[in-house]
Design a protein. Structure first.
Length: 147
């Protein structure tokens, strides 16, 4: 139970002190995603140079889960190659699909393992995945731009 409290604190800290919030005017891709079940929304700007994420900025509104999740995502993915980012995103998606049976890999997900408890609540999984789905779309969009 003590670990759950720590994870809740990590999520609340990212919600109260979001990382990389505020849209950069320089980007190779911009996407806007809305969680239609609750109204949470995120606009994400992604900048990629030489297959490396040089900037990932965002703005949005919604619950602590969606906003903290995209904050952690931005912290995790900046300065990663698209291949490394894909491994991290897949690991997070697997954690969210685990329905509480996985603790996640802290070597890959760092603070984002705090969302392991969220995976027990199907209604909140969409909140946690909102920014991650936006990132995936932006990554695809940016690769189309670079070809």
């Amino acid at each position: 139970m003590q670990l759950d409290s720590l994870y809740q604190e990590v999520i609340l800290d990212h919600y109260k002190h979001p990382q990389h919030k505020g849209l950069s005017p320089i980007f190779t891709a911009q996407v806007h995603h809305v969680n239609t079940s609750c109204g949470d929304e995120i606009t994400l700007n992604l900048n990629i140079e030489n297959n490396v994420i040089t900037s990932l900025t965002w703005d949005g509104q919604g619950c602590s889960i969606s906003q903290a999740s995209v904050s952690m995502l931005s912290d995790l993915l900046i300065e990663k190659s698209l291949e490394e980012a894909d491994v991290i995103a897949k690991s997070f998606s697997q954690l969210m699909a685990s329905k509480g049976t996985s603790d996640g890999d802290p070597e890959i997900l760092e603070d984002a393992v705090a969302f392991a408890g969220v995976s027990k609540f199907p209604g909140r999984v969409k909140c946690a995945l909102l920014g991650w789905m936006a990132f995936k779309d932006a990554a695809i969009q940016s690769q189309g731009e670079s070809k």
